[in-house]
Each structure stands twice: as C-alpha cells, then as structure tokens.
Design a protein around this ligand. Structure first.
Ligand SMILES: Cc1cc2nc3c(=O)[nH]c(=O)nc-3n(C[C@H](O)[C@H](O)[C@H](O)COP(=O)(O)OP(=O)(O)OC[C@H]3O[C@@H](n4cnc5c(N)ncnc54)[C@H](O)[C@@H]3O)c2cc1C
Length: 621
C-alpha cells in the first residue's frame, strides 16, 4: 500500500543535531544569517541559508532568488530603466561565473595584464554555474557530491585545454587512474516501482546497456507480461539482420532518420511494453529521450540493437562518446574553485590541485572593495551595451538596478538570454541564439545515514524506468584532490539521482519538448522532489533494512532548467553550411562585447566552455 507523507518521513525535521552531530557549527561555518531561507525549504533542509553556499540544501541549481529577475525581463518584458551609476570602473565585466566566465577572466589577465580590473557577475548565490559543489557534513566527516558538471572527458580535449588545466596542476590522466566510480555499472540493477508496475521489484544484474544474452535470466524477473518478457529475450538472442537487402537510402533511413524507439518497435519487433522500458535510458546522459534520438545516436550511447544491423553496424558508430573520464569529488566545481583561487588567492590561501577538494573557501573575499578582481553573486545582468568606446552593464542585485562601465565585456551566460540583455545584436544573431534551447537537467543528491542497504542488495545503483529520475547511484570511489571520504559506505554517503523531467508531450518538436520539460521542472516544489526520492529509496532499499523516516539526512535538489547546451540532433536539425550553424552566428562579437559559454560551441562540455572563453578573449582588442 502507498505510504503516507508521515510514513515517508516527510513531516520529520532533519534536525541540526542530526545533521552536524557534534561538529562545531562555527568550524563548519554553519551560522545562520537572517532572511535568506526560502520558507518552503526550511523544513528538512536545515542548512539552507548558511553563509557557505556549498553546504546549502533544499532547492539548489536554479535556486529561488536566482532566476526571477531574468524571467521578469525575458518573459514579462519588464524594463529596468534609470539604473544607479556605480562609481566603479573595470577593464572587463564578465556576465556569468561558470567555467567559461571564470576562464575568460583568467585569460583576459594573461592578454591584457595582471593588473586588469575585472568584475564577474552571476545570478546565483554560488559561483561555478553548472559546476556545482554539494557539500554535506556529518559528525567529523565531510561528504562531497556534484550538483552538475561531473566528468572530464579528457580523450576529447585539445592540447590547448590540456595545457590550460595543467596551469592549475590538473593532470587528467593521472586523475582518471585514481577513479573507481562507474555510474552504477559495477553493480547495476533495474528497479520497477509499484506505482507503475503494480509491485516493487528490484532486479540486480540488468543494465539497459546490456548487449547480449547474459541478461536473459534477469528478464524472467521483470513484472511485465509474459509475452513482453519473451519478446525481450528474443531481442537479445536474435541473430537476424534487419537491414538485409536494403538500399543505401533505406539503411540511412533506419540509422539516421528513425528514432531509437521506432527502431525497437518497427525493426526489432519489440512490443510497446518493452520499448517503454527504454524511454528514460538516455535522460541523464543525453538530456533527450530516445524517441527524439536517432538509432545511431542511441547506439553510440551504448544502447542495444547493433547486433541486428549485420555488417553495417559500424555505420551506427558516429561520434561515440568516450568512456574514459577523470573526476573530482565535487565534479568540475573543482575547476571553478581553482579558477576563483587563481583570480582571488585570498579566498583560500595555500590551495592547490592536490588539496582543493577539502579547502574551505572564504566567500567574504569574493567582492572586496580593494580587490582588483571582484566576483559579485546574486547579481542578474539585464543589459549589456556598447557605449562611449567601452561598455555599460546593468544588473539587479537585492532589488536595486545598478550600472557599471568597463572597456570590454564577455557574455558567458547562455545564448537564449542574449537577445534580452543585448538588444543591439543584429536580428539574425538574436534568432540564432533563440534556436539554442538548453536541455533541462536534474541532479538530486540525498545523504543517507549509511550505504549498507546497497551492499546488502549487491548493487551500486539502479535504473528506474517508471520514476522521475532515471537513475540513482551511490557516490563512492572518487578520492581525488585531497578528498578521502569516497571509500567508506558504512557511514553517511550521498546517493545521486540523475535525470530530467519528462516532457508532457512527445509528439512536438524537440525544442518545444525542452521548453515543456523546463516549465514542468520549475513548477515542482521541493516537497514534490522530496516525496519522489523518499518513495524510491523506500521501495528499493526498504527490503534491505532502510528506514525511510530515519535514514535520510539531507536532500539537495540541483535543478537546471537551462542545462546542457543545445546540441544538433539527427532527427531535428539540418546539416548547416560551414559558419551557418546557430551557435556560430550567435557567438559573433559586437563592438567591445564578446560571447563565450558552452552554447557558443553547441556542446555541453567543460572543454567547450574553456575553449569558447579563450576564443572570446582572442576576439577583444
Ligand atoms: C547537470 C549537468 C551535468 C553536466 N555534466 C557534464 C559533464 O559531466 N562533463 C562536461 O564536460 N560537461 C557537463 N555539463 C555541461 C556543462 O554545461 C559544461 O561542462 C560547463 O560547466 C558549462 O559552463 P559555462 O560557463 O559555459 O555555463 P554555465 O555553467 O551555465 O555558466 C553560466 C553562468 O551564467 C549565469 N547567467 C546566465 N544569465 C545571466 C545573467 N543575465 N546575469 C548573470 N548571470 C547569468 C548562469 O546562471 C550561470 O551561472 C553538465 C551540465 C549539467 C547541467
């Protein structure tokens, strides 16, 4: 029977005593300032509002307070006239303190001199953009997880990016050798939930990436119809070549113009019941569901079916993603932190690539009156314009509209906001920027009292085809950059839920699906997310002794309505002429304003954010 909110522990306080268990509040910097906690998050999220943003819990990512000004501007057409002119003058004003904006500031000093005065503005209460650190404290222990950008897919890095990272002491290859985290693939499972499938069933050993007959026995346990189970087993056992006798044109149609879900039903003969199992399989990885991905794209993301393509299977191999990655325990927030440290060393004296994961950053240093480089948080830029041989940038902070002047500006925010904040862009450029609708993403970290239930069940994670988040994993095996908390799962351990909010409609163009998904994500409350993860953990781990009311210590929802950069998809985008793709048109500089951010490469990668910042600085004179 479905549990009530009370039984799920929804009405419980996660008290401060539970949360910090004896650790000194002052040592952890958990002094609560007044007036910063959104009322909705007060219950169960005791650290929301601490002075140290990485320890804040509740709704993070696009957190309350970060997006309202931009929405007033972009959605309601609100004007922010008559700004107060601040008596501050800069060489460079950067919009966006993500990896791209921080890289732009760093590169600007290299090009224009170490004494350059730089202001970096960001709408969030923490720097890093998608590179978001989630930090939990429990007793004397600190546990880290990432709230956004996680992998360094270093095999795809150019020498320029590798050299850039080396300037901070980051050796990605060495880092990757220390990694023992496998996204749940070292103990995979599929979890069928009672709401969707009638009963809770955990099937260890099955992964959606399974390619062969090894999984046939596990399919016998699936709570789906007998005929669907038989069809699924036939799929893995089949030696048919579904492309047999097809012309080149027909093969192209199957590989590039047929969605993966259509391939499964029309060519692989799978019934809807089985096809539906795949529908969330690409949520976190692609940010697009398989009904909107081509057969080639899905198979390049390791989904099964290439065994049915005969000797043309290789054609399904396009830009296959690299499996080799390097990672920091807070994801690429480490890169953001090393960049901020390089720009403002007083933020954490003595920090380097070998100890940065445990370094405590003093946020009071970010925006000091005497600093030549200032990072100003909770500041939303509403206008950037060329003026009087330089630039004028207007932003809203604490309800006050303020204007500052500089020689140059780099807009390292994201493309879809450009038409709203930079009205002087040519119409063609604005149109191109609007085309790049970001893919909404969701990472919810839940701190468990212990990882023992996972061990008892013999799993490290599970795919959840019927739930909001597609997957959940234990965060373990990332002991890099001075962090050693990633091995022991007998005590507090984060579990990361990964995915997106499914678009309400699949039969609309991809960009509309992304917009719908974003809206749906913003309409959910913290309680909706909390109820969801509690339900999943209870159903999945309950049989292994997990007590849902007692064993959840903290919940941090990192919602990213503007998540992955829009990437061009086989089913939805034309082959653009060289120089004519939306990202290439949208990133053109205008006067003293240059444009960075991973959107400028149409690629949701850290290396793209870095490369585009270097290019943007190259463009400034
Ligand atoms: C959940 C998630 C997981 C990811 N995982 C990976 C991964 O594993 N590996 C990888 O390489 N990449 C990953 N990415 C892609 C990620 O986007 C890039 O790696 C990179 O972090 C992007 O950096 P950026 O600086 O270009 O953009 P962002 O990180 O988006 O930074 C831009 C900043 O500008 C701010 N901004 C926007 N408008 C304004 C305004 N008007 N005023 C002030 N500030 C503004 C934004 O809010 C944001 O803080 C992931 C992204 C997401 C969302």
């Amino acid at each position: 029977m479905k549990k009530t909110d009370r039984e799920l522990g929804m009405l419980r306080q996660i008290t401060r005593r539970d949360f910090v268990q004896g650790a000194s509040l002052a040592a952890l910097g958990l002094m609560l300032p007044t007036g910063c906690s959104p009322a909705r998050n007060e219950r169960n999220v005791p650290t929301t509002g601490t002075s140290y943003p990485p320890t804040r819990t509740g709704l993070r990512g696009s957190h309350p307070g970060s997006f309202e000004t931009a929405h007033a501007l972009a959605r309601e057409g609100r004007r922010f006239d008559n700004p107060v002119d601040l008596d501050e003058e800069y060489d460079l004003v950067v919009v966006g303190a993500g990896i791209s904006g921080l890289t732009a500031a760093y590169e600007y000093r290299k090009k224009f001199g170490a004494e350059s005065r730089i202001l970096i503005l960001d709408n969030h209460d923490d720097f890093g953009g998608h590179a978001k650190r989630n930090e939990f404290h429990q007793g004397d222990e600190m546990r880290l997880s990432w709230g956004g950008t996680m992998n360094l897919e270093y095999l795809l890095f150019t020498d320029r990016v590798l050299e850039f990272l080396a300037e901070f002491g980051i050796d990605v290859e060495r880092l990757s050798k220390k990694l023992d985290f496998h996204y749940g693939l070292d103990g995979p499972a599929i979890w069928f939930d009672a709401d969707t499938y009638g009963r809770d069933v955990l099937v260890p050993g099955f992964s959606m990436y399974s390619q062969n007959r090894d999984v046939l026995d596990t399919i016998d346990q699936f709570p789906i119809s007998e005929s669907a189970r038989a069809a699924f087993k036939d799929f893995y056992s089949s030696e048919a070549n579904v492309l047999q006798g097809m012309s080149e044109q027909e093969i192209k149609h199957v590989l590039l113009e047929t969605s993966y879900t259509d391939f499964l039903s029309q060519y692989a003969g799978l019934p809807d019941e089985v096809v539906e199992l795949f529908v969330k399989s690409t949520d976190g990885y692609w940010g697009v569901q398989p009904h909107s991905l081509s057969t080639t794209e899905a198979m390049n993301a390791w989904l099964p079916g290439s065994h049915l393509l005969g000797d043309v299977a290789d054609r399904a191999a396009g830009e296959e993603e690299s499996e080799l990655v390097a990672m920091f325990p807070d994801g690429n927030a480490t890169i953001a932190r090393l960049l901020v440290h390089a720009l403002i060393p007083d933020i954490a004296p003595g920090t380097n690539a070998n100890n940065v994961a445990t370094a405590r950053f003093d946020y009071d240093q970010l925006d000091r009156p005497e600093g030549s480089i200032k990072l100003r948080l909770e500041s939303t830029v509403v206008r950037a314009e060329n003026e009087g041989g330089g630039v004028a940038v207007t932003y809203v902070k604490d309800g006050l509209t303020t204007r500052i002047r500089g020689k140059h500006s780099v807009l390292a925010c994201y493309h879809a906001i450009l038409p709203h904040i930079c009205p002087e862009l040519p119409e063609k450029q604005k149109e191109a920027a609007r085309y790049q609708v970001k893919r909404p993403m969701l990472i919810t970290n839940v701190l468990l009292r212990s990882g023992t239930p996972f061990e008892k069940l013999g799993i490290t994670g599970a795919y959840c085809p019927g739930r909001m988040h597609a997957k959940a994993w234990l965060i373990k095996g990332v002991n890099t950059a001075g962090y050693e908390g990633g091995s022991d799962t007998s005590g507090p351990v984060p579990v990361m839920f990964w995915g997106l909010i499914a678009p309400p409609r699949r039969d609309v163009p991809l960009q509309d699906q992304l917009r719908q998904s974003r809206q749906a994500m913003l309409e959910l409350t913290f309680e909706d997310y909390e109820r969801e993860v509690r339900t999943v953990l209870d159903g999945m781990l309950g049989p292994a002794g997990f007590n849902v009311a007692d064993d959840i210590l903290a919940i941090t929802v990192n919602r990213w309505p503007h998540g992955y950069s829009y990437g061009y998809r086989d089913l939805w985008d034309p082959d653009w002429e060289p120089g004519g793709a939306p990202h290439e048109i949208a990133r053109q500089p205008v006067g003293n304003i240059a444009i960075a951010n991973s959107d400028a490469a149409a690629a949701a990668y850290t290396q793209a954010a870095i490369e585009e910042a270097i290019r943007a600085i190259d463009e400034l004179n």
